[in-house]
Design a binder for this molecule. Structure first.
Ligand SMILES: [Zn+2]
Length: 304
């Protein structure tokens, strides 16, 4: 699949109608052939009376749609535009909602929602991949402000960056997780990496995690470099991100980084086909009075 779709022009040409997209999505959703979600049977009859076909299980007669249980569920946007959006998100550096709205000719709100649904799929992609082997960990500050004040600046985001030590010391399987600033009395206090290690490091590797603080002489330069690159990416592509959606943008960056040497279109399409959608009301729900505060960033404008 990856070679056939190695340019945006090819994606537009090969996937210009819904029929072609349905065939590709069918392969992504059921790579080993149809599987009934109710009884597990492997044969169904297609019922092509709607825009997207239904499949009726030949054993239990339950009907299932191609997009149920995927990020496309409930969408009114044609699949070929979704596929173009997936391809544009698969490029190194990715794309923001305003750029996407112009590329595929949809409203900003639709583009914003597509971007977030794709990020939702990316977030699930690495969630279960625990760090193994020699694991390095550092704290870092995104949107760091120079200040003699010990208090956090509102825009500063405390994160932990962890990765497995790969060949030549290059980080592999990078994870960046936002820390709850309210648990740190001040900006110089050392974060406690216990919950990061429990959630993201394999049991056998936990005791040997090498946690070094960002300003230590032995600091992990490669991880801190990734932190600076994240900050640059967020600032240049999204003009900064507020706290509410900050973690999913970190997940997006890690998804890209962990696949930087591979073709991603088929991978992201596969995750979209295997991930339950997230809806606009859930995305825009105020998480709390404090974190739901209006952000001035471009990407958060539609949230309000
Ligand atoms: Zn069935």
């Amino acid at each position: 699949m990856s070679e056939a779709f190695d340019s945006f022009e090819k994606v537009r040409a090969l996937l210009q109608d819904e029929e072609a997209c349905i065939r590709v999505l069918y392969e992504a959703k059921w790579p080993n052939g149809f599987r009934c979600p109710s009884c597990g049977h492997d044969h169904a009859y297609p019922i092509a009376t709607r825009r997207l076909p239904l499949y009726e299980c030949s054993r239990c007669s339950k009907q299932t749609s191609l997009i149920v249980g995927t990020v496309f569920q409930g969408t009114r946007t044609p699949l070929h535009l979704w596929f173009q959006a997936i391809w544009l998100h698969s490029r190194p550096g990715s794309i923001n909602a305003l750029q996407l709205s112009k590329e595929i000719h949809v409203t900003y709100k639709t583009a914003w929602l597509i971007c977030h649904k794709l990020r939702h799929a990316m977030s699930g992609a690495d969630a279960d991949a625990l760090l193994t082997g020699a694991v390095r960990l550092t704290d870092a500050c995104i949107y760091h402000r120079v200040s003699s004040n010990m208090k956090w600046h509102q825009q500063e985001q405390s994160v932990l960056i962890g990765a497995t030590d790969g060949e030549n010391g290059e980080p592999e399987n990078v994870k960046i997780k936002k820390q709850d600033k309210s648990l740190l009395k001040h900006r110089l206090e050392a974060p406690k990496p216990g919950s990061f290690i429990l959630e993201h490091v394999a049991t056998e590797a936990r005791m040997s995690v090498n946690f070094v603080r960002q300003y230590s002489r032995e600091r992990h330069h490669a991880l801190l470099k990734i932190g600076r690159e994240v900050e640059k990416w967020l600032a240049e592509l999204f003009r900064g991100i507020g706290p509410k959606h900050f973690q999913v943008y970190l997940n997006h960056y890690c998804y890209d980084w962990n696949r930087r040497k591979t073709s991603r279109f088929g991978d992201l399409l596969g995750w979209c086909a295997a991930t339950r959608t997230i809806t606009y009301p859930v995305l825009t729900r105020r998480l709390s009075v404090r974190s739901g505060r209006r952000s001035r960033s471009t990407e958060s404008r539609a949230v309000g």
